[in-house]
Structure formats: C-alpha cells, structure tokens
Write a protein that binds this ligand. Structure first.
Ligand SMILES: *[C@@H]1O[C@H](CO)[C@@H](O)[C@H](O)[C@H]1NC(C)=O
Ligand SMILES: *[C@@H]1O[C@H](CO)[C@@H](O)[C@H](O)[C@H]1NC(C)=O
Length: 496
C-alpha cells in the first residue's frame, strides 16, 4: 500500500534529519560535585563544624525541607560508587571539592587531620586509576565555623588563612592533582553569604560585609595561585584558576544598555577584572559608580575597598585559564523612584539603582532563581572574550534544576541547547572553550533548597541508607555526547 510506505518513509526522514556537530579535538567533558553537598560524615573522623553544619542545625526553618547535609549522598563512604559513575559516563575529568574543616579541624595548619588526607588520597588515586583527571576545588562555600567566628571572609586575615590552607592541600595532593580551582563562585560566596538569610552566616551586611568579602576573596585567590606558581608549577606543571559565576544580564530596552553592562561588571567583572584584565584592579566604571554611591550615603571611604598598587600587582595575571560557571540570564532596567530590588542573591544591584527582571519566554526551572536561556551562555562567553581577550575558557558548571524523576527530558534538552550555544561560541565567535562540566554528577544537598531540587545526572535515593544512585535519561544522553564527541541537533523534518 502506497500510503503505508509513505508513512515509513517520512519516519525515516524524521529520524535522519538531524545535524551532527563535532566538538573540537581535545575538548574535555566532566561532571562536578562539592564537599558539603555530597560528603556527609559531617562529624566523623575528626572533621570539625563548618558554617553550613552550624546553620542547618540552628536554623532548619531556613531550609525548604528542614533537612541537613549531615549524611547527604554519604560520599564519605560511597566515593567508590561515585567514581564508577564517572567511569560509566566516560568523563575526562571529575570536579570535586575539599572540605577545609575536615582537613584542618581548627581552620589552621597547626593540626592536619590524617583521616581527611587519607580520604582525599583514596578519592584522587581512585580517579586516576580509572584514567580520569581530578579537578579539585579548594574551597566551595563551607568555611570552618572557627574562622567564621573571627569574621570569616570579612576579616582581612583570611587572605593568609586561605593561603596556609592552600599550601597544605598543594603539599599533600599536588603530586597527582594537576588542575585546581581556588575558590568557587565568589559572587555567591559574598552576596549570598552577607546579603541573604538563607545562606550562612546570615550576617546581613550589604553595605560593608559583601564588599570586604569581594576584596579578600581576590587577594586570597592570588596568594594561593602564587604559592602554586612558585613552588609546584616548575615540578608538576599543573594549572590553577578561580571559578567565576557568570549570569548573563541584558538590557530590557536599549536605554538600559549601560546599566546592563555595569551589572555584568558588578557580578562577573568584580571577580575577574583584577585577575584577567591588562590593567588589573576593580573594573574602573564599577569602582567609580560604587564610590559615588558610598559618598552619597555619607561614608568617607568607598564601600568597595580600593586595591593598593601592590595588591593590584599581586592579583593581576593569577590565572592559567578562565573558569566559569553559568546557569541563567536576566534583564535589567533602572529602578523607579522608591523602588527596591531584593531578590537574593542579587540584592546588591540596589547599589546600581537597577531592577532585575525576567523575560517572559524564559522558562522557569525548579528553583526560584533559575530561568532557562541557552543563548546566555554564548553571549556570556563572547562578553568575557571582549573584556579579557582570547583566553582559554573552561566551563566548570552548567546544568538544570528539575523535579524528581528518571525520565528527565527537560534536563536532556537543557544540555543539548546549552551545548549547542557553546559550539556556536567556539565555531562562530572563535571563543576558545576547551572543557565543559555538567552540574552535577548526582542529586545532592542543594543548599537552602535542601533535597527538594534535583540537579543530578544520577538520581540519589535519600531515604535509602545506601543512598542508591540510578542513572537518569540525561546520564545516558551525556555519556553519548562524550562517547561520540559530538552533539546531535534534531532539525525540522522535511515533509515530501
Ligand atoms: C586554546 O587554548 C589551548 C590552551 O591554551 C591551546 O593549546 C589551543 O591552541 C587554543 N586553541 C585555539 C583554537 O586557540
Ligand atoms: C528508596 O529507598 C527506600 C529504602 O530502601 C525504598 O523503600 C524506596 O522504594 C526507594 N525509592 C525509590 C524511588 O526507589
């Protein structure tokens, strides 16, 4: 029957009508986790309390499901299974973070916890045995409580404390770990931590705490980078950078273009200009705008503390590649008389007299801050290249927040759409992107969302004592991208 044949034919056409886009040779794929979100073992084998331990125990009401990371994925015991998953996906690298309060229970190197060194040695050796590269984040939001009690990231001495901690981890793991990230997402570290009640220490200090943190983070990173550069790089040839969170901001209308640019400088530039620009220091336009705000408020000094010339030199050039995390986009417009913007963790935008809004056709993901806009990752990469030149870019986090369920077609589509934009940045805009990291390997403790929001390629059963992990559709999809080293984009089927 002719009619029947026609149906078969059009099915074949529909299946075959897709474009295969290869990734450049040498492009690497990874997946990431962070210590507090997966490890558990919060008080085991000498680990001391960190700011998240304290916060979730004292303020369960600030967490959506009143849960804690006390056990989380129990990766402290299940790390072998985690590495099996990395192998199943055929990852080139696995990004994970070290717990400062596990390694240095006092926060300082007067006592190094051997059990912690052994745990991370096992993980690192296990990764290498599978032919996978470890990418290690030294600090990912989980400051020892002892250091928070001394002011945490608002205390200038933290620059030295972090350097001391970095020296310890370089000395113990630097022979095998060749890729390092000093500090994860300073913009969240500073904004969410000093400007929002849902992140510890919930010490609200939008005028000063946030800005002190911004400066100290940059200096701490720089000191750690220089330790590595001087003492380890000649022998181990590894590479170190900071990981910057880049949300893409664009103007709601052409008249807000300058404001959108200033917002990019505030959230991305504040944590990268000092490192990657030729002149160093804060982005000049941002520093000027914020200094004017400080004067208007009656402060005698800028709230964003200026760098000395010596500090500018200390920070400038302390990178081996540009690491960025990206998830979402926003639109900017100027605030109306008396209008205030308070959405965390971006409340600081008040200082720019800006209001952040969402484009109606950006779908909302399963958590409040997250709108899906695949073009944002390409535009963000192009903006970074325009700002800082033809650097090597590694995407160190990208992924989608969803509800529970194994057939996560929304996450599959997110990865496809965002990776397509990454390929456009590479092929059309000549941005040198060399790596991509899925956030995250498995469901984990999503900070103030607790276990209500899922980001994992693998589902984790948090009521199962063994925290069983099961691959989602997106895990199969991501494994296939890695295996074929290419992305298959369906095109509209041609009707004959
Ligand atoms: C991208 O950066 C890497 C690392 O610096 C370099 O080896 C490679 O040649 C660069 N690729 C392009 C296309 O510039
Ligand atoms: C999770 O684990 C618990 C305990 O083992 C089990 O009863 C439950 O069925 C599991 N849930 C799923 C969705 O597999």
């Amino acid at each position: 029957m002719i009619w029947k044949h026609a149906v078969v034919l059009s099915t074949i056409l529909a299946v075959s009508s897709s474009t295969i886009l290869p990734f450049p040779p040498g492009f690497k794929f990874g997946a990431a986790t962070a210590a507090y979100q997966v490890e558990g073992g919060w008080n085991l084998d000498g680990k001391s309390e960190n700011i998240w331990d304290r916060f979730v125990h004292e303020h369960p009401e600030r967490i959506d499901d009143r849960s804690t990371g006390d056990v989380a994925c129990d990766s402290y015991h299940n790390w072998r299974r985690d590495l099996e998953m990395a192998e199943e996906l055929r990852l080139d690298f696995y990004r994970f973070s070290l717990s400062w309060s596990r390694i240095l229970p006092s926060g300082f190197p007067n006592h190094i916890n051997e059990a912690a060194i052994e745990y991370y040695n096992n993980v690192i050796d296990g990764i290498l045995e599978k032919g996978i590269e470890p990418l290690v984040t030294i600090h990912h939001f989980d400051l020892p409580q002892s250091l928070q009690d001394l002011g945490g990231w608002a205390n200038p001495l933290i620059v030295d404390w972090f350097e001391d901690y970095a020296k310890v981890v370089f000395a113990h793991f630097g022979d095998r770990v060749k890729l390092w990230l000093t500090i994860n997402e300073p913009v969240i570290l500073c904004e969410a931590f000093f400007n929002a009640e849902v992140f510890p220490p919930a010490f609200i200090s939008p005028d000063l705490g946030v800005y002190l943190c911004s400066k100290h983070v940059m200096l701490a990173h720089a000191k750690a980078w220089r330790v590595y550069d001087k003492l380890l790089k000649p022998k181990y040839h590894g590479r170190v950078s900071l990981t910057t969170h880049i949300t893409w901001f664009e103007p709601l209308a052409p008249e807000y273009e300058e404001l959108a640019e200033l917002t990019m400088l505030n959230f991305g530039g504040r944590y990268s200009h000092a490192i990657y620009s030729k002149i160093g220091g804060w982005p000049p336009a941002l520093e000027k705008a914020l200094a004017e705000v400080s004067l208007k408020r009656g402060y005698s000094r800028p709230q964003l503390p200026p760098f000395t010339q010596e500090e500018i030199e200390l920070v400038r050039g302390t990178y081996d590649f540009f690491a960025l995390n990206h998830y979402t986009s926003r639109l900017m417009r100027t605030a109306k008389e008396g209008e205030k913007f308070t959405e965390w963790p971006l409340g600081d935008v008040e200082d720019l007299n800006g209001i952040i809004v969402r484009k109606a056709d950006w779908a909302q993901a399963a958590t409040s801050w997250f709108y899906v806009n695949p073009e944002g990752i390409r535009k963000g990469l192009v903006w970074l290249k325009q700002q800082y030149g033809d650097l090597e870019f590694m995407i160190t986090e990208n992924g989608l927040a969803t509800k529970a369920g194994l057939d996560d077609q929304d996450r599959v589509q997110y990865y496809r759409d965002y990776l397509e934009q990454v390929l456009l940045a590479i092929n059309e805009d000549d941005v040198n992107v060399t790596a991509y990291t899925a956030w995250t390997l498995m469901d984990n403790y999503e900070w103030n969302n607790g276990y209500t929001v899922k980001f994992g390629l693998y589902e984790v059963n948090f009521t199962d004592p063994g925290r069983k992990r099961t691959p989602r559709a997106s895990a199969h999809y991501y494994a296939n991208i890695i295996r074929t080293h290419s992305l298959e984009i369906p095109t509209t089927s041609i009707q004959l």
